[in-house]
Design a protein around this ligand. Structure first.
Ligand SMILES: [Fe+2]
Length: 331
């Protein structure tokens, strides 16, 4: 049996309506000031104009599915009817009324309620499918990043550590109000893809157990553009993924230097996207403290000193100021 929520200061006033509809509808009474529960309600019946606005406002706050249709019980007054209908009521029932007509019109409102519920179910289903697709696509991007990392025996755990560092460092800027929390969350999600372009670097260069020649270094430098191109392709397929924009900026620019001496474009200062300036610091710091096949990682104090020696040259001074504040949390 369908449920009708009757919101009224005097619900007993509408007993005669309820009796006529009792064969098909179960009524629950509630006062206007009560906290209403609309779950499993097919129709909402109100008898004052204010309640209509309150119902819509309460539903908006819950960000819930659409409001069940609202019907109005009132006296035969055209002004009230116009007001109620202009606020979106599905039907207006006034005294005197015809019993047969009342039942027929309630059937129409019930049909409307079923359509609203069906539409809500479809929307919920679509949202769920979309969430799952986003999660699968993000998972795939993560797997690609991990595959690249697993090829390079030098960089075990680099992706995880740099993501953690970038979160630490970025939080400093969130606290200062420079960065929104949501932006930092996107940057942290984008960070694992910073070296994805290494997928296109030959093993003989990527896995070389020693310093690279000039030509090998130039080949290695191409991982920035190659990574950016790859992410661009992902962006075309997964248009809704905002974090890929950050991933693109980071992959392309994380080896640019603040003074213009980096690669691939020699951008300087604020020409380099903020997220890439963040990644530049954590990427170099992690490389310095990590073991390589041909050398041991250096102690964190020495790595921190080297990072600060690049202030204003390789690194953005504002980011190093934040780095100084959170360096105690770094591994
Ligand atoms: Fe890189």
């Amino acid at each position: 049996m369908e449920r009708v929520l009757l919101i009224s200061k005097e619900p007993e006033k509408w007993e005669f309506f309820k009796e006529k509809l009792a064969c098909s509808y179960e009524f629950t009474a509630s006062k206007p000031e009560d906290k209403h529960d609309f779950s499993n309600i097919s129709i909402i019946a109100v008898d004052d104009i204010q309640s209509i606005g309150r119902v819509y406002a309460a539903e908006k706050k819950r960000a819930a599915p659409a409001v069940p249709p609202i019907v109005f019980f009132g006296s035969d007054d055209l002004t009230t009817e116009i007001k109620a209908r202009s606020q979106g009521v599905a039907d207006f029932f006034s005294i005197p009324f015809d019993k047969e007509m009342l039942i027929l019109r309630f059937k129409n409102v019930s049909a409307m309620a079923r359509l609203i519920r069906a539409n809500d179910d479809s929307l919920r289903w679509m949202r769920m499918i979309r969430r799952e697709m986003v999660s699968v696509q993000e998972g795939m991007a993560e797997i690609i990043a991990q595959t690249v990392e697993s090829r390079d025996e030098n960089t075990g755990g680099h992706i995880l550590r740099t993501s953690m560092f970038i979160n630490e460092l970025g939080t400093e800027f969130v606290e200062k109000g420079v960065l929104k929390k949501e932006e930092l969350s996107l940057i942290v999600r984008a960070a694992p893809l910073h070296d994805v372009g290494k997928i296109a670097v030959r093993d003989s260069i990527l896995l070389k157990p020693g310093p690279l020649t000039d030509s090998e270094r130039n080949e290695m430098k191409k991982h920035t553009k190659k990574g950016a191109d790859l992410i661009k392709k992902m962006q075309k397929r997964f248009e809704s993924h905002t974090y890929l924009q950050y991933a693109h900026e980071i992959a392309l620019n994380h080896h640019e230097h603040f003074d213009g001496g980096g690669y691939p474009s020699g951008k300087k200062g604020e020409e380099i996207p903020f997220c890439a300036r963040l990644m530049a610091v954590v990427d170099v710091y992690d490389a310095l403290v990590s073991d390589r096949i041909y050398r041991k990682g250096m102690p964190r104090e020495d790595a921190i000193e080297i990072i600060f020696s690049g202030c204003g040259a390789q690194f953005d001074p504002a980011i190093l100021e934040a780095f100084d504040n959170c360096k105690d949390y770094l591994i």
